[in-house]
Design a binder for this molecule. Structure first.
Ligand SMILES: NC(=O)c1ccc[n+]([C@@H]2O[C@H](COP(=O)([O-])OP(=O)(O)OC[C@H]3O[C@@H](n4cnc5c(N)ncnc54)[C@H](OP(=O)(O)O)[C@@H]3O)[C@@H](O)[C@H]2O)c1
Length: 269
């Protein structure tokens, strides 16, 4: 939860991918920091249970949940049209929904890659494009785009995922500059590994855990609280956890030739 000294209050917060992992954690930490919360994902039972929990904690909170497959352009359009029709003005957009696909590019299925591109890049960009005009008109708003530490590394066996996140970080940085004059902060949240369902979605059941990954895990509560304090502090990027931050600094200082050599050691086959 946001501490009192860091507290911001939002009229309306929209969180994508709220049915689990980081999205659910954003909802829990923002429960007293907004008057309306809009939760988006595909698993309705999860959203219903979360809404009931949040409502029990804060009976004054107005919660809506929307079942939207964000990889579908029709469903995205229907959803944003509904928000406009209901005159919902989103103050804080948490563009969190995302998925990975851990395998060699040539072994991957196009359907999954396409879903990943649609979700990680197109849906995130679409929602920002649809909601920023209202924020500008009101002269207030904020955006957290959930990217990844992978956004600053070309990653074999995670090539498309890392590339989608490179897009998210680059897009967020540029958008932040465009919206500076409007007082709309944009944060790229770049976590390292976090225990959520992300791994089970991204990795085949028989895949080995990524080597060295364990030592970088950061708890999801810390990831989200760092993102929210990064928003208050108008940070451009948030790398939660000192080890992840150190890796990010290290990567930014290393020559590309060294990064290529290190990443070539990752390939299992
Ligand atoms: N966990 C990590 O290690 C890690 C590290 C760096 C960055 N991230 C990023 O953090 C974000 C959140 O991931 P997480 O770790 O919390 O993973 P997660 O537990 O798998 O949660 C993913 C969320 O996205 C939603 N989602 C998936 N496909 C969707 C679709 N087609 N339409 C709408 N919603 C969809 C899921 O809900 P439904 O299945 O109910 O639709 C779920 O709520 C992602 O952008 C991920 O790339 C994660």
């Amino acid at each position: 939860m946001m501490s009192e000294s860091e507290e911001s209050f939002f009229d309306s917060v929209l969180i994508t991918g709220a049915s689990g992992g980081l999205g659910e954690e954003f909802a829990r930490q923002l429960v007293f920091s907004c008057s309306q919360m809009i939760l988006v994902a595909r698993r309705e039972d999860r959203l219903v249970a979360l809404s009931a929990d949040l409502k029990a904690q804060n009976p004054d909170l107005n919660i809506q949940h929307h079942i939207v497959d964000l990889t579908s352009s029709d469903e995205r359009e229907e959803f944003t049209a509904k928000l406009l029709e209901d005159e919902v003005s989103v103050d804080l957009l948490v563009n969190n929904a995302g998925l990975g696909d851990y395998c060699m590019f040539t072994d991957s299925e196009w359907t999954k890659l396409d879903q990943m591109i649609q979700l990680n890049m197109t849906a995130l960009t679409y929602l920002a494009h649809a909601l920023i005009p209202q924020m500008r008109e009101r002269g207030s708003g904020a955006i957290i785009n959930v990217s990844s530490l992978a956004s600053i590394l070309p990653m074999p066996e995670f090539a498309v995922y890392a590339a989608t996140k490179a897009y998210v970080t680059s897009f967020s940085e540029a958008l932040r500059l465009e919206l500076k004059g409007d007082g709309i902060p944009v944060v790229a949240l770049c976590p390292g590994p976090v225990h959520t369902e992300f791994g089970s979605v991204a990795m085949p059941a028989d895949a080995d855990a990524l080597p060295g990954r364990d030592m970088f895990y950061v708890d999801k509560s810390e990831v989200v609280s760092k993102a929210l304090s990064g928003l208050v502090g108008c940070q451009a990027r948030v790398y939660p956890g000192w080890k992840v931050k150190s890796v990010a600094v290290g990567i930014s200082l290393l020559p590309m030739a060294v990064i290529r050599w290190v990443m070539s050691k990752r390939i299992a086959k």
